[in-house]
Design a protein around this ligand. Structure first.
Ligand code: HEM
Length: 445
């Protein structure tokens, strides 16, 4: 009985304290907050739960697109958050000295040592980018044996298998760590290990604390899931656009006299339509759907205000540009939901092409831009060219063939109603379903 009374009075006191506090916070956020004049959904002005709820439902990119159509090129997505949707804002955000990667990035690391993406402090981040940039450029990365094994693992990537993947990854690292330094291997490990001498990378017990372990766990989705998502999207769009399919197949089959000759090099680079198909796929369905939050320095000097696309933004504000939204902005990409690779090849209006290039950001821009871009283009080009050389493919018949597209009748039909759009489910790297295709070996081979 006494315990019950105690609980009751504790509840009363909590309400007496929390209710005025909540009212005070709500009034401040609505009427006095420096971002109070920005448009946006009412709930978003009060709490970050608005964005959080959309992320939970894996559709923040779609909701943001819909909100931008309603509120204009900048809106308030949380009490302290602004989302912009113009190239001018992109330029200002990526170049302003007082804007840097937001602290929320550090939550993406689950290892004692943060991986490169989760490293928020500019200095260690720059140092890591230097090392990995060297390792990922050109043939050095191609020679990294772990990734070839990883690609096979990534095919099986899903949560229950993650642990198996992690075990395999650890074995790969252990095997490589056990090799003599004098083995003369010119691979990612050789570059990364000599750059982090303070960590004993060669002792198996220390693997979990090492940079290489943190990066390996990050590269697993960053390198594999992104590329597999983009390839799935490319197969989806090709199976729905017979003219694009026919033109691409003709290009690949003309340029290469034999499938075994398809490899990285000038011939593959000469396949301009292939590149246009990949770019249009990345524009339509960018694998990274996450909001890349940047933070305006809290201690901004009043002499040097932070101006983003004409808006003076106060210190401490989180700002972002969603790649999905910018690449579906009609101002840069007319008919943004139409899959038209030709738009990348039409050089009758160079200004329009330049505007498109500026707004094309599937790999982000600035000093946090993707380090695997070259690698990703190479992988996607090889897979598409080889597949089209050896096979023909088409959408699977019946209901199964619809997998991957939108459904206006579905529970999320208001946002996922476009049947010809390959649907991405917003996680750090976009998740997806399908497509289901039928592959037929080419008759003439
Ligand atoms: C189609 C494929 C890919 C896409 C669309 C993509 C996209 C991106 C994006 C948008 C970012 C910046 C994220 C942010 O700032 O929030 C990023 C970062 C990164 N990506 Fe990729 N990526 C792809 C493939 C790869 C591959 C193949 C690798 C290497 C194996 C890779 C390695 C990285 C690394 C290391 C970073 C972190 C860069 C940093 O924080 O400085 N990516 N990627």
């Amino acid at each position: 009985m006494t315990a019950l009374l105690r609980v009751e009075s504790a509840a009363k006191y909590s309400v007496a304290i929390l209710l005025p506090l909540a009212l005070f916070t709500a009034t401040y956020r609505l009427a006095f907050h420096p971002l109070r004049t920005y448009p946006g959904p009412f709930i978003a002005k009060l709490t970050d739960a608005y964005g959080g709820y959309q992320v939970k439902r894996k559709r923040l990119h779609l909701q943001a697109h819909s909100d931008l159509s309603k509120y204009g090129p900048v809106y308030r997505q949380g009490p302290n958050r602004l989302v912009f949707n113009t190239v001018a804002a992109l330029r200002d955000i990526s170049r302003h000295p007082s804007i840097r990667k937001s602290h929320v990035y550090s939550f993406t690391s689950f290892t004692p040592t943060p991986h490169v993406l989760g490293t928020v402090d500019p200095e260690p981040h720059r140092m890591k980018r230097n090392v990995y940039g060297r390792a990922l450029s050109g043939h050095v990365y191609m020679a990294w044996p772990a990734i070839r094994a990883l690609n096979r693992i990534v095919m099986l990537f899903n949560m229950p298998k993650l642990l198996t993947g992690a075990r395999l990854l650890k074995n790969i690292i252990k095997r490589r760590a056990a090799m003599e330094e004098s083995s003369g291997r010119h691979d990612f490990w050789a570059v990364a290990s000599t750059s982090h001498q303070e960590h004993d990378l060669t002792t198996p017990n220390s693997i979990e604390k090492s940079h290489v372990w943190a990066e390996a766990l990050f590269f697993f989705p960053a390198g594999g899931q992104t590329t597999s998502c983009a390839l799935s999207a490319a197969f989806f769009y090709l199976s729905r656009h017979p003219f694009v399919y026919a033109r691409l197949a003709a290009e690949v089959r003309d340029v290469f006299s034999d499938g075994s000759l398809i490899q990285g090099g000038p011939q593959l680079l000469s396949c301009k339509y292939l590149r246009a198909v990949i770019d249009e796929t990345l524009r339509m369905s960018p694998p990274t759907t996450v909001m890349p939050w940047r933070e305006v320095d809290r201690h901004l000097s009043s002499k040097e205000p932070c101006v983003i696309d004409g808006h003076v933004v106060p210190g401490g504000t989180l700002v972002a540009i969603s790649a999905y939204c910018l690449m579906h902005n009609k101002a840069y990409f007319p008919e943004p939901f139409a899959f038209r690779p030709e738009r990348w090849l039409d050089d009758t209006d160079p200004d329009r092409l330049a505007r498109m290039a500026e707004a094309f950001i599937p790999f982000s821009v600035g000093d946090t831009m993707c380090l695997g871009k070259t690698m990703a283009y190479m992988e996607m080009s090889l897979v598409l060219a080889k597949t089209l050389w050896y096979f023909d493919f088409k959408q699977a018949p019946g209901e199964a063939g619809k997998l991957g597209g939108g459904n206006p009748e579905g529970w999320d039909g208001a946002l996922r109603g476009r049947v010809d759009e390959f649907q991405l489910y917003d996680a750090f790297v976009g998740q997806h379903n399908g497509p289901n295709l039928t592959f037929i070996p080419r008759k003439e081979l």
